[in-house]
Design a protein around this ligand. Structure first.
Ligand SMILES: [Zn+2]
Length: 106
């Protein structure tokens, strides 16, 4: 949903209903929306405002795009290290490849 915002030109709203999001889950959202704030609404009231934060490591969500990486083919959970949380620079822990967010395979 696009709604007007003062801080940025527009903002998108992702609405997740009837479900409590663990901090771990909201942190995953940080990859697609690094400036997002999570508002937890409980009983129609704002219960919690959570600033999204990139974790230091992202485990098992993405696949490394390097075809020669050991995690491809083998049944190894990928471990992607977040080197720079501002610019979102990521690195595969196994092959050391620097990854940009567009390269990641879900
Ligand atoms: Zn890799």
């Amino acid at each position: 949903m696009n709604v007007p915002s003062n801080k940025y030109e527009k903002k998108d709203i992702i609405k997740v209903e009837n479900r409590y999001l663990e901090p771990d889950e909201t942190n995953k959202l940080s990859l697609i929306a690094p400036h997002a704030t999570i508002n937890i609404i409980k009983d129609y009231k704002l219960a919690e405002k959570r600033k999204i934060q990139l974790p230091d490591y992202i485990t098992g969500i993405f696949k490394c795009p390097n075809l020669r990486c050991v995690t491809i083919g083998e049944n190894i959970k990928s471990v992607i290290e977040v080197i720079d949380k501002e610019k979102i620079i990521l690195k595969c822990k196994y092959c050391g490849r620097i990854l940009s967010i567009d390269e990641l395979i879900f």
